[in-house]
Structures are given as C-alpha cells and as structure tokens.
Design a protein around this ligand. Structure first.
Ligand code: FAD
Length: 516
C-alpha cells in the first residue's frame, strides 16, 4: 500500500496539507512533516475565498474552535478603492447576482439603474459592509436566506462540484502564523510526525524519482509521495527535479511586496468586514482588519518603484501606528510550475505557483490542490492519468485566475502614472482580449468566461467590469423591448432587505468581542 507522505515545509501550505490528509485518511496514512527552524514562512496570506469554510468543516472544526485562536474576522468582499479615480470605491462581494427574466440584474442596471452605484443597487452586502456589520447576529444566527441555502449539504464535495449551487456570504481573514500554529497542534494530535530541521539534499533514484530527503540532524527521511511546500524556493519540484517554471511577468508585472503587521485598538478603529485593495502609483495596498491588528502591504512592480519608495508610501498610508513596526520585504515569483505533480513529487502552495494576492487566491490554490490530490491520490501503479488530471486542474485554476487579474488592470480607468498607462497596452492572455470584445456587447456569462473551473463565477467578472470603469459595456439590446417592472421590483426588494439588515445586524467588532 502506498501510504507514506513526506511534506517538506511548515507554512500555511504544509500544515493545511498535513491536517487535511489526516482528516481524510486517519491512521491509514503515515505523514511526516519536516520544516526548517532557520528559514521562516513567507509571513503573509491572511485573506481568503468563501469556499475556505469547507476546509475547516472537513477538519471538523467550528468557527468558535479556531477563529479566536487565529484573531480571525469575517471578509464579505474585496473593496477596490481608487482604481477608477481618486475617491471612488466599489465592492466585489460574496453574493450571487440575481437574475430577472433571464438577464442578470447588472444588465437591467446598465439599462436603467436606480443610482450610479451598481454594487449597492444589485447586491445587499455592500451596504452591510459600509456600515461595518457582522453577517451573523450576536446569537450566532446567519443572515437569512438565500445565502446559506443548501450550504450544509456541500460538505465533502470538492469546491468545483459545489460551485454555483450556493454562495456563502463570507470568507475569513486571520493571522497566518497563528493558523499554522493551530493546524500544527491539530495535525500532531492526530499522529503527524513533526520534525524541525533543514532539508539539505533531495535524493533521486536512477529513474529521477525522489528516494528520500537528507536533513541536517535527523538523517534521511523516506516516503512514497513527497509534497513540496517549501514556498517560492520550490526545493523539491523546481530545484531537485528541475521542473520548469512558467513566468506570468509579461502579463502581471507586480513582482514585489512590502508588508507590515500593525497592532491597533480595533474596538476604537472598528472593523470594516472586507479586504481593501487601494490603488497606488505603481500597484496597490491591501488592508486586512483582524482582531488586535491590521495586516497591510504594498504590492508593486520593481520596474516602476524602488523598495524604499514602496515602504515609505506604505508607512505614510498607515500613519503613526506603523512607526515602530518592522517591514517585511518580499520578492514574489509570479507564475506556475509547468506541472505541479512530477514523478512522486507534488508541489502545493507557493512552490506550485502564485499570482499577486489581489483577489486573495493563494490559500484557495492550496485548498484546491489538496482536494484534487485527495481525489487523484496514487496507488502503486502510479497511473500517469491521475497525474495528468491533477496537473490540468491545477494549471486551469491558476491560468483562469491570471486572466481575471489581468482584467482588473485593463479595466481600471485610472491612467495617471506610467504604471497605469502601461497596464492598458501590456500583453494580455490571447483569449482574454477576445473575451473582452464579447463582454463589451453582452455581459460575461458562463459561456464567455474562462471555460475551466477557477473559482470565479460570471458575476465576479461583471463586478470588475462595472466597477473599474475603463471598459465601455452596454445593456443587452433585447432589454429595450422588455418590461422593466420585475427588475424595478427586484431593485426595491434589495433596498428593503438592505434596510432591514443594517437595522438588525451587530457591528463586526461587537460580534467577535462577544464570541471571545
Ligand atoms: P511559505 O510560507 O514560504 O513556507 C515555506 C516553508 O518551507 C517554511 O516552513 C520553511 O521553513 C520551509 N522550508 C524552506 N526551505 C526548507 C528546507 N531546506 N528544509 C526544511 N524546510 C524548508 N494568499 C491568500 O490566500 N490571501 C492573501 O491575502 C495572500 N496575500 C499574500 C501576500 C503576499 C505579498 C504574498 C507573497 C503571498 C500572499 N498570499 C496570500 C499567498 C500565501 O501567503 C501563501 O499561499 C501561503 O502563505 C502558503 O505559503 P507556503 O506554505 O507555500 O510557503
């Protein structure tokens, strides 16, 4: 039986992988995780997709078990500030777009929206976020239907299988280091062997398969399947097995980040329950509110801005609270490995691939890869079809997200610096250019977006197109002949529901303070 898993790396990817496979296969799998005590984890990665709740549910963890231990908060959307022009903002919420007479509400909005804010007219959550509210009442009850419809039946399915069936209204934001610590305890209590040591050498047999890893102080560690969770280094997959890395730098130029962890009195500051991406001269700054601190960082392109300028801008953006906080400068490797599973080595996390964190996709990539590895887990035959299916699925997710991110820059109206002007003329993935041409006439639908599962439904593309403001889109011509009555009633229903929710829900901070 093939059941010995050796995981190298103890960042978010390593511990998520160890925890998941223990939860999935129990004592029938033998897992060893070796992590360096000298090389740190990347230290960022704090905002997620709403599907992440299935990961915690799979582990049998409830929010009250892990959220307080990780200073976690709810994220209801990504808020984009200043991408169109200074002072403008819009939300990309975790909320399905309603449909009226076969047309998305955004289409009706283009024809005759009640206000100039598509997000507030077409969705409920943007107003809930603006008011700084929790999606749960103080007694823990989730806001009413349709958000949680059928959500509990989704457990156990892969994310791709449940997409479109339900949309849970929030994701999580947490301290990455605390989550890794929490999962370490979870995994070790369930039998994962934890070794703190440096892997000095990756040993290959005559076929070029990994036969073991040599550590500084614990000798050789051997297994059947090796999981490379060594971050941007790609120690096993890229270095030892020499698997090529496909760079996305030609389409996504941001290659650097500087991050700060800023302690704050969150009760006084309040919690806006979302991740904010504020456009800057040569990139954008993320703001992630947690219980006890704010995580923030400037993602930028070194061709346009020096690390010193980026750090200065970030510190000015945060203000005096950042004065004594040490900056973490990170060089990002943007792109993906040609294949993430080669021979008996699977890379998960940054070693597999990464695109800039504009839509918080890094941990989503990890979760997706883990689910796919469980689905395609090998036996002694090492059937290459399992590897191909896995590699195709992982590549599709990253390539799809790349298209979605490139769209943000092309669609952004902002044009005030060379960085933003170049964003409009930079090479695009070929098919994206053709898709944008279609979307100028007809809003994105499941037949015109990237055709493989990549975690994002058509409404996400509509949000970016309508919010960024740099690409002209128009209402479907058919709507000129359609009776607008039903759409007007839907807009009114959203206004009504928004009013009821904003009156009833507690402040986000108060909700978490009550849970602690
Ligand atoms: P790392 O955290 O780098 O861990 C690597 C591990 O390998 C460490 O434990 C290290 O000790 C070990 N190691 C290395 N060499 C050796 C060796 N020789 N021997 C033994 N062990 C070794 N994702 C999101 O989902 N949301 C976000 O908001 C987000 N923001 C991000 C912002 C930035 C600027 C960056 C760069 C990434 C962001 N990500 C985000 C991605 C997210 O941080 C990563 O996906 C996640 O942290 C997983 O990292 P990792 O475990 O693959 O690598």
């Amino acid at each position: 039986m093939l059941n010995r898993l050796v995981i190298v790396g103890g960042g978010t990817a390593g511990w998520m992988t160890a925890s998941y496979f223990k939860a999935a296969f129990g004592d029938r799998i033998d897992i060893t995780l070796v992590e360096s005590g000298n090389v740190g984890a990347v230290g960022v990665g704090e905002a997620t997709f709403s599907d992440i709740r299935h990961f915690f549910e799979f582990l049998g963890l409830k929010e009250k078990d892990w959220m307080p231990a990780c200073n976690a908060t709810y994220k209801l959307a990504v808020r984009f500030e200043n991408w169109r022009e200074e002072g403008h903002y819009f939300y990309h919420p975790f909320e399905q777009m309603r449909s009226v007479n076969g047309f998305p509400l955004a289409d009706w909005w283009l024809k005759a929206g009640p206000t100039d804010r598509f997000d507030k007219d077409c969705f409920v959550m943007p107003s809930v976020i603006d008011a700084g509210l929790s999606p749960r009442h103080l007694d823990g009850k989730l806001i009413d239907q349709p958000f949680d419809e059928g959500a509990d039946e989704m457990q156990g399915l892969t994310m791709s299988e449940h997409q479109g069936k339900t949309q849970f209204p929030y994701a999580y934001q947490f301290e990455a280091a605390l989550l890794a610590k929490y999962l370490t305890t979870y995994a070790v209590e369930r039998g994962v062997k934890h070794i703190t040591d440096d892997v000095k050498k990756v040993n290959l047999d005559e076929r070029g398969w990994i036969s073991g890893v040599t550590t500084a102080e614990h000798g050789d560690i051997e297994g059947d399947l090796y999981v490379d969770c060594t971050g941007f280094r790609g120690l096993l997959l890229n270095q030892a097995l020499e698997t090529p890395f496909i760079s996305f730098a030609d389409t996504l130029p941001n290659d650097s980040a500087v991050a700060l962890q800023v302690p704050m009195d969150m009760q006084a500051r309040g919690i806006l329950p979302c991740t904010t991406a504020t456009a800057q001269e040569a990139g954008w700054i993320w703001t992630i509110p947690l219980m006890g601190r704010v995580g923030t960082g400037y993602v930028y392109a070194k061709d346009y801005l020096s690390p010193e300028e980026a750090e200065r801008t970030l510190r000015e953006f945060v203000g005096p609270a950042a004065a004594d906080v040490e900056a973490n400068h990170i060089k990002m490797r943007i792109g993906r490995s040609e294949n993430s599973w080669v021979n008996n080595c699977v890379a998960i996390g940054l070693s597999s691939g990464f695109v800039e964190p504009l839509e918080s996709t890094g941990i989503f990539f990890i979760h997706h890869a883990i689910e796919q590895l469980a689905k395609h887990f090998p036996d002694e035959s090492w059937n290459p079809v399992q590897r191909r299916l896995y590699n195709d699925s992982v590549a599709h997710v990253m390539d799809g997200i790349r298209e979605f991110l490139v769209l943000h820059y092309h669609a952004a109206k902002r044009n005030d610096t060379q960085y933003w002007r170049d964003a409009k003329t930079r090479r695009m993935p070929d098919e994206l250019a053709a898709r944008i041409e279609k979307w100028k006439t007809q809003l994105p639908d499941s037949e015109t977006i990237y055709p493989y599962y990549h975690g994002l439904p058509p409404y996400s593309y509509m949000c970016v197109l309508l919010g960024m403001g740099g690409i002209e889109v128009q209402a479907s011509p058919a709507l000129a002949l359609a009776d607008p009555g039903a759409a007007e009633r839907e807009f009114a229903a959203i206004r009504d529901k928004t009013r009821r929710l904003t009156e009833a829900l507690p402040k986000a901070y108060d909700y978490f303070a009550a849970q602690a």
